[in-house]
Design a protein around this ligand. Sequence first.
Ligand code: 76R
Length: 280
Amino acid sequence: MTTPALAPETLEGWYVLHQTFRLDRAALRPLLPVDFDAIADDFVHTMDALAGGDGANGWSALVPLVGSRADVMVMHFRPTLDALGDAQARLAQARLSDYLTPVEFFLSVTEAGLYYVTAQLAKAAAARKGRVGDEEYQAELKKRVDAELATEHVRKRLYPPLPGGEMPYVCVYPMNKKRETGQNWYALPIEERSELMKWHGLTGRKYAGRVLQIISGSIGLDLWEWAVTLFAADPLEFKKIVSEMRFDEASAKYGEFGNFYVGRIAPPDAWVRGLRPAAR
Ligand code: 76R
């Protein structure tokens, strides 16, 4: 007998905000270089304050975009929603923000989905004629969650450090899992979702060391269900991994995608100085 369409247990870490903006170049152009420089200094100062030092309490990074509907992305990771709100407000205060038009913002929280653990515990509960969520289930779940949280692998997914210079390329997009008649991820039994996620994870692991992924959940926080943030040394890896995953049943049958944003992490100073209008 299969167990019902249970929600997987999940672990959450830092809150995440991805902000993409279009730059109002026409409004920047008439500025005197001296006025532009003041705006640029203020922006660099703001981004330095947001960067987060050693990253223990989150971080923010700037990603100039290539070939997309926006010019630049700023992403923020913070331990609380309030701290994330402060980061958003701090950026909005920078004078350069008057020249940045929001294109898309995604609010989410880093997530590790415990499909396998949930499927196993549900099966064990059924075998002992207990219930999902009963005392024994909770006790076992706590043990399993503690074990997961003790691993470097899970901690890195929940509190992801900003990858160093060796993985400067970034690809961000939102995802949903389908909810259509006859093709509804949320109506599948937990065993089936666990099996599909096992294959998904195996495909992903082939890219270990080449692609770093952060999955953040946005159900209840935003229109989309997840934000996918990928880092790579070589941007071609984005095409490779996303293509391969598309043949994986979890994405092939159930994945729905939003806009893709691709770029390279840059020092805010280098980026903003490059916008300086030519002297007239
Ligand atoms: O148990 C396991 O091994 C699976 C661990 C795992 C989960 C739970 C995992 C592994 N992912 C999980 C969840 Mn993922 N991931 C994506 C994308 O473009 C596409 O088709 C998909 C975009 C990529 C590239 C990727 C990479 N993953 C999720 C979820 C939440 C789904 C849910 O809960 O229903 C989404 C939306 C998602 C999407 N994933 C991995 C990777 C990689 C590289 C791995 C293996 C590396 C690792 O173990 O850290």
